[in-house]
Every structure is written in C-alpha cells, then in structure tokens.
Design a protein around this ligand. Sequence first.
Ligand SMILES: Cc1cc2nc3c(=O)[nH]c(=O)nc-3n(C[C@H](O)[C@H](O)[C@H](O)COP(=O)(O)OP(=O)(O)OC[C@H]3O[C@@H](n4cnc5c(N)ncnc54)[C@H](O)[C@@H]3O)c2cc1C
Length: 357
Amino acid sequence: MKVVIVGAGPAGLITALNLVQRGISPLVLEKGSEVKSTACSEGCSLQSLSQIPFRSEPYISRVLKGAKLVFPDGSVSFVAKECAVLDRTDWLMGMAEEISLKAGEIRLNSEVVDIDEHSLRLKNGEYIDYHILIGADGPDSRIATHLGIKHKLIVASQYQLALDTSSMDYIEFYFDKKFASGYPWIFPKVGVANVGIEGDFAILDSFLKYRGLNKETVVKKDSGLIPGSGIGKLVQKNIALIGDAASMPNPTSLGGLTPIICASQILARHINNLAAYEVEINNHPMANPILLKPRQTIMSFSNQDLANIGKFLAGFRHGRAPYPQLMKIAKYPSLLLKLNKLRTIYQAGMITEEYGW
Ligand SMILES: Cc1cc2nc3c(=O)[nH]c(=O)nc-3n(C[C@H](O)[C@H](O)[C@H](O)COP(=O)(O)OP(=O)(O)OC[C@H]3O[C@@H](n4cnc5c(N)ncnc54)[C@H](O)[C@@H]3O)c2cc1C
C-alpha cells in the first residue's frame, strides 16, 4: 500500500513517524527546498510531546512552568502545566532525518499542483501514484481545496525579540481590550522570546510598547495564517486531511501542535479505514464545538470585567479552586450576570488542559 503525505510540516512528519512505527513506509512530498518551520511561537505541552514516537528533548529551548494570565489591572493568574518552547526548525529536521533512517522517504522541491483519484502531479510535471493520500499541506491546503473544503483563516503576527528571559518561567497571555483582535502572547526561549498576536503588526507594536519591549532588537519578523473554524470534514474516499489542512488548531488556544500529535496517532491506527479516522476525531475532545466560543466571549467582556476575572482568579493558586471557593465570585456582581459565559470559558479551558494545548 503506497501512502503519500503532502507537506513536511509537523502534521506530515509526525504522521509519517507514527506510520513508520507501524511498519508503513510513507513518501512525504515537500514543496520547499528544505524542511523548516512556518511562523510559530514554538510552544507545546510536554504531555503532548511525550506522545510522539521521537525524542523531542534535544530540540527544546526552554521548559516552562505553565501559563501566566495577565489582566488589565495587572492582576495575574497561573496555570500550572509544564510546557516546552521548541527550536522548531531543528525539531522538524530531526524528525525528517529519523523518518529517512527508518525507511520513510522525504522528497524536497516537490510541490503538488494537481490531484486525481490515484495520482498527483508535481510542479515539475512528474506524476506520483498513491493508494492513500494524506493532505498535511497547511492552512492554505491544496488537498483541502481539491476536496471542496474551505476554512476560516486568522492572520497572526509575530516578532522574535532578543531578550534576557532568565527570569521568565511562564508563557504569558494578556487579556485586555486595548489589543482587541485577540490576546497577545510571549513565549520565552533562551536569549530570545516569541511575541505574537492574532491580528496585524500595528496591534502587535502597540502591545510591545505597553509591555516595554518596543526598544528590543527584532531578530525575526513573521506572520502566518491559523485556521479558526474548528474541525469539520476530514476524509473523502482514499484522501484524509490532518493539521492546519483540517483546521485542527484548538480554537481556544490557537495551538496547532497538540491536535496534530493526537490526530496523527489516530490516523496511523486507521490508515486502512479512513472513515474510522474521521469518526474518532469528530468524537475526540479536540473537536468539541465549545472550544470555538471562548476567544470571542473573552473579547466581549469590558476591561472592568476582565480585571474582576483577574482578581477572582488571582485568589487561587494556579487558577484551580475547590468548588466552595468558586462561590467567591459573588463579590463581583457584574460577573454573576455572565455566569453562563464564564462556564463556557471554564469548560473549554478544562478540555484544553485535559488533552494538552
Ligand atoms: C504566529 C503563529 C504562532 C503560532 N504558535 C503556535 C504555538 O506556539 N504552538 C502551537 O501548537 N501552534 C502554534 N501555531 C500554529 C502552528 O504553527 C500550526 O498549527 C502548525 O504549523 C500546523 O502544522 P501543519 O504541518 O499542519 O502545517 P504547516 O506547518 O503549514 O506545514 C505545511 C507544510 O506543507 C508544505 N506544503 C504546502 N503546500 C504544499 C504543496 N502543494 N506541495 C507540497 N508541500 C506543500 C509547506 O511548505 C509546509 O512545509 C502558530 C501559528 C502562527 C501563525
């Protein structure tokens, strides 16, 4: 059985590793002349990384204690869940090397330009036959387009700044109406930090100024697209989608790596029955529609509400509270009126924490 994977990003490579582990030797086609990262803040929970059949440790720049949530009045809350910030290009290259060593094949400079039921045409005119085709070709997926699938895409902008990060032990998220397009983040690495936002560079620049980072040296400037419509159709006959091509990023956190890691195991297990892959993914917590709600809901709150949420959460160690303590929310009458919205955010947060973000 010939399995062809289009795209040597995380989705293509992690799927290939899972297939190789099951004795299947896939062919991975990559349009670029090298394996390298797209725009990414490079964060992933350690729990997720440990599920890849590959040693990711050598490619971790920093292990952080979890996430720090910062609110408009400066109050902070912590989510204790260890996470890694990767050197993502090196990590992808390491995985590609392992796939090649273990009987998989990676072909660079191989852009797929046309697809029919049993063969692909490359830009150089060559035809490649397949039995099973896996579209792992990112947010602007040609394979998804071939299947008639279109995702809503979010623009995200990012700087890598040269920064002394030695005292930064958490990734940071900021919840503030000033940056209304989304919540900005800072992911510290060694000597640099990835600072990004959902939106354009003008908003990101205003965040840098607010955070006192506008004088730091920009090492890299990058933008990219994140599918934000949640998981829908994934399979048609002998073609399956995974990763951004399948709109898999968690719509609450916008993290794409953990869903890929989970989905690639499921896809490898069902490689002979793609319909079962689609069913299992659609029943997985990653496809829970509640995950679509929190980003918009949070942005619908006023800064006063956000500050009150911050004060409320700051009272608990690591954002977790025994149930009776949750009643302390009664101190904030405006939040009491929004209990339903808060419950949705809480539930999405718990799902995200359960399977990794
Ligand atoms: C600014 C930003 C920050 C982010 N930060 C994080 C984060 O910290 N943590 C996290 O988990 N997620 C993050 N994400 C999301 C994450 O980067 C993506 O979900 C992830 O890269 C998706 O991997 P993929 O393999 O599906 O697609 P991609 O990484 O896009 O890889 C697709 C590959 O397919 C190749 N390709 C495309 N078309 C063709 C073709 N026709 N023929 C052959 N090859 C083709 C491309 O060259 C590419 O190598 C971030 C996204 C952005 C934009």
